[in-house]
Design a protein around this ligand. Structure first.
Ligand code: NAG
Ligand code: NAG
Ligand code: NAG
Ligand code: NAG
Ligand code: NAG
Length: 208
C-alpha cells in the first residue's frame, strides 16, 4: 500500500517537474537561439578589432600556387634557323600570394574603402629549384608583384549583417565597363574570402 501511494505521489511530482522543465525548455531554446544570433551579429561586422576583421585583414588560410614552365633548350637554333623548339618541363615553382589591404577608411554609412595590393613570395622549400634558376620563359609572379587591384568599397555589415562584405563599388564604379554584356559587368557579392552568417541552404551565394 505504502509503496503504491508513494508511487502515485512520485508520479505526480515527476509529472509537475516534467511540465516545468518542458516549459522552461520551450522558452529557453528560442531565447538561446536569439542570444547566439545576437552574439554573431555583434562579432561579424568588419569593424576594427572584431574577429571577422582580423581574418579578413590577414586570412589564416595561405593561398599558394605552383607553376610549371617549359624551358627551351635550343633558343639560338629556334631564333636563328627557325628550328623546332626542344623543351623540357621545369617546376614546380611555388609562390605564396598575399593580398594586402591598405588605406582603410570607414564611412558613416557602414562601409569601408581600401586599396588591395597583391604580393607574391617565393617558397623555396616547395619548389624544385631556386627562383633565379636560368629558364628561358617569363617569370609571371615577379612581373605582377605588388600590383594594385584598385579601390574597393564594401559593406561592413554593421547595420545589417546579411550585407557583410558585399562589394558596393570598385574604383568608384558600381559596375564594370569591360565586358560585352551587362551581366558580366555586374559587381555583385563578396570577393569570395568572406560571407555573411546565417546562410540558408536554399540561398545562392554570389561571388565576384
Ligand atoms: C585599429 O585599432 C588599433 C588599436 O586600437 C589601431 O592601432 C589601428 O590603427 C586601428 N586600425 C584602423 C584601420 O583603424
Ligand atoms: C615581391 O616584393 C616583396 C617586397 O618587395 C619581396 O619581399 C618579394 O620577394 C617579392 N616577390 C617576388 C616574387 O619577386
Ligand atoms: C573616387 O571618389 C572620391 C570621392 O568621391 C575621389 O576623391 C576619388 O578621386 C575617386 N577615385 C577614382 C579612382 O575615381
Ligand atoms: C548586381 O549588380 C548590379 C550592378 O552592378 C545591380 O544593378 C544588380 O541589382 C545587382 N544584383 C544583385 C542580385 O545584387
Ligand atoms: C529559403 O527557405 C526558407 C524557409 O524554408 C524561406 O523562408 C526562404 O524564403 C527561402 N529563401 C529563398 C531564397 O528561396
Amino acid at each position: 500500500m505504502m509503496c503504491s501511494k508513494c508511487g502515485i505521489k512520485c508520479s505526480v511530482v515527476t509529472l509537475i517537474l516534467g511540465v516545468i522543465l518542458l516549459t522552461m525548455g520551450c522558452v529557453m531554446i528560442p531565447l538561446l537561439h536569439n542570444i547566439i544570433h545576437e552574439k554573431i551579429r555583434e562579432t561579424m561586422p568588419l569593424v576594427n578589432g572584431s574577429e571577422s576583421y582580423n581574418t579578413w585583414i590577414d586570412p589564416p588560410v595561405p593561398i599558394s600556387f605552383q607553376i610549371y614552365v617549359y624551358h627551351i633548350l635550343n633558343p639560338k637554333e629556334v631564333v636563328q634557323d627557325g628550328a623546332k623548339p626542344a623543351v623540357i618541363q621545369k617546376g614546380p615553382y611555388t609562390y605564396r600570394e598575399h593580398k594586402e589591404k591598405v588605406d582603410l577608411k570607414y564611412t558613416d554609412d557602414g562601409h569601408v574603402t581600401y586599396r588591395e595590393i597583391t604580393w607574391y613570395y617565393f617558397d623555396r622549400e616547395k619548389s624544385s629549384g631556386p627562383e633565379d634558376e636560368k629558364i628561358t620563359t617569363l617569370n609571371v609572379p615577379m612581373m605582377r608583384n605588388g600590383s594594385d587591384n584598385g579601390i574597393f568599397k564594401i559593406n561592413t555589415g554593421k547595420k545589417d549583417v546579411s550585407n557583410l562584405a558585399l562589394i558596393e563599388t570598385w574604383n568608384n564604379q558600381t559596375k564594370l565597363n569591360y565586358w560585352p554584356t551587362p551581366w558580366s559587368n555586374m559587381l555583385n557579392g563578396t570577393d569570395g574570402t568572406i560571407f555573411h552568417p546565417f546562410i540558408e541552404k536554399n540561398r545562392s551565394v554570389i561571388l565576384l
